[in-house]
Ligand binder design. Structure first.
Ligand code: NIG
Ligand code: FE
Length: 389
């Protein structure tokens, strides 16, 4: 579909730019979309003519959600592991190897179908940008194919060959790190924008993580990190040291971690993943501590079959407000503009002239309803790249 589109009669427009409050709200507004971009934002009364018109009927409109952390390339599920956790078993990450086995055994079309199904699910819930990680292949061929398949659906692809040490390398982790930094990175890099490491006891220690991330940086990949998920550790400070775009999870943070993230020259975002705490019965991270220190916070789903099998950003917004001491405005910002910062993008997460025309029309008069009415399908219409979905 070509031509201009006017999204008109918007009761409450979240721009994340100029406007009222931290969300840059405009009331009784309209947005003109042309060539996949926002061409004009202003009062509905002064809206320019357009080829087509979409009447928001007084509802709230916000930027599409930016889910900056998801693991969509996998086979099988781990529902039984979830049930065992709800009966008291702890989450250790040990189940990752179960999914690795299923993923290696799956055909390309099965993996592709899962990615598309989850991406579609997320889109219907308002996610217009979704990062996708590898990390359930853990061989040269399986990591490369995971990223090839991810790249069919997203430009935000992340090489996570250092998710865990696979069983066949259990007694020689140094050799596995060599494989990740050598042939696996060489095969993965053409399909990846980012590199990620699970820096945690039982996964990769800080020296291995630093070495792997440095190899990724050397071939031009941006750095992100799974850090401080299962306990306190060095991951967050390593991320800051390396100039990571984002350190993700941040469930267990020391004062020194927060100071590092809040440092004057730090551009590293703290990405919080409350779906993981929900699904592992772990304590939620305290977003208030981060926000009060001036740290940039993003929210993402961590969609994966083990620790967080949800693709729903509205669910994460509701959890963040209820469990992490975020205001609804902070949570909505973190799920849109925050996610964009975590991906170092300035063309998404905002509705200002020049931005990508990724918009969500709610079935509600205010963004507040995303947290106020949890579990209710409030996404009436999604526009991605200027195209109504
Ligand atoms: O982000 N923590 C590491 N990786 C995923 C979980 C993967 C799994 O359990 O399969 C996460 O939570
Ligand atoms: Fe993750």
């Amino acid at each position: 579909m070509s031509g201009s589109l006017l999204v008109d009669n918007i009761g409450e427009l979240v721009t994340n730019g100029l406007g009222e409050g931290p969300l840059g709200i405009r009331r009784d507004a309209a947005v003109l979309v042309e060539d996949g971009r926002v061409a004009w934002v202003g009062a509905a009364a002064y809206a320019p003519a357009a080829d087509r018109r979409l009447d928001a009927d007084g509802a709230a409109v916000l930027p599409g959600f930016v889910d900056s952390h998801a693991h969509l390339v996998f086979a099988g599920d781990r529902a039984a592991e979830f049930a065992a956790r709800m009966a008291g078993q702890p989450y250790t990450g040990g189940g990752i190897r179960t999914t690795v086995g299923a993923t290696r055994a799956a055909g390309d079309d099965d993996l592709r179908a899962t990615v598309r199904r989850l991406r579609g699910e997320a889109l219907r819930q308002g996610t217009t940008t979704m990062e996708i990680k590898s990390g359930y292949g853990l061989t040269v061929a399986d990591e490369a194919r995971s990223l090839r398949i991810a790249a069919e659906t997203s430009t935000e692809t992340t090489f996570l060959g250092a998710h865990v040490v696979p069983a066949e390398y259990a007694d020689r982790p140094d050799d596995y790190v060599g494989l990740v930094c050598g042939p696996m990175l060489a095969a993965a890099a053409p399909h990846a924008k980012w590199i990620d490491v699970f820096c945690e006891r039982g996964a990769f220690d800080v020296d291995h993580a630093r070495a792997i991330l440095a190899c990724g940086q050397a071939v031009g990949l941006g750095v992100r990190l799974h850090a401080n998920q299962l306990g306190p550790g060095p991951g967050v400070q390593l991320g800051v040291e390396l100039g990571a775009a984002s350190v993700d999870h941040c469930t267990y943070l020391s004062d020194a971690d927060i100071d590092a993230l809040a440092g004057a020259h730090t551009t590293t975002v703290a990405t919080l993943l409350p779906g993981a705490e929900f699904s592992t019965r772990s304590p939620y991270p305290d977003a208030r501590r981060l926000l009060d220190a001036g740290v940039t916070v993003a929210l993402a789903t961590d969609c994966n079959p083990g620790s967080s099998y949800t693709s729903s950003m509205p669910f994460c917004v509701a959890l963040a407000v209820r469990e992490m001491r975020m205001t609804p405005a902070e949570a909505v910002w973190a799920a849109t503009a925050g996610g964009a910062r975590a991906l170092r993008r300035d063309d998404i997460g905002v509705l200002t002239p020049g931005a990508r025309a990724d918009l969500v029309v709610l079935d509600a008069p205010s963004y507040l309803h995303l947290a106020y009415r949890p579990g209710v399908p409030l996404i009436r219409q999604v526009i991605r790249n200027g195209v109504p979905q």
